[in-house]
Design a protein. Sequence first.
Length: 139
Amino acid sequence: MKKTVFTLIASLLLSSLVFAHGEEKPGPHGGFIRMPGAFHTELVPDSDVEFKMYLLDVNWQNPSVKDSAVDIKIMNESTSAAVSCKQGVDFFQCQLVKGFTLEKGKLSVKASREKAIGGKVFYNLPLSFDSDGGRGPHE
């Protein structure tokens, strides 16, 4: 009985922590948010093959590319490829390689913002703001 009550309470607490960073709602540019560390990434689709990646502070503000970088890969069941990203004024403009779209697979993002290095985050495709924020199972 005690194990069942503990499991129930732990499940409720953990499920609330999953969304503690607001990943289930749009970011300031209308995009999809992840938190790789002491900053946030926001992916904003421009088309099926292009998107912007903003690197925001912990409060979802002040996008920055100064002393920052992104390393993004797209993966599907059979293959993966590097995503080409160019630095813009306050975001990275990214282009998928031929044969890939934002409709299928998963994006793996490793970013650093103003010398702060983040952990790897994932964006499941197609992107959505459903109950798991488009993340699916946590890696």
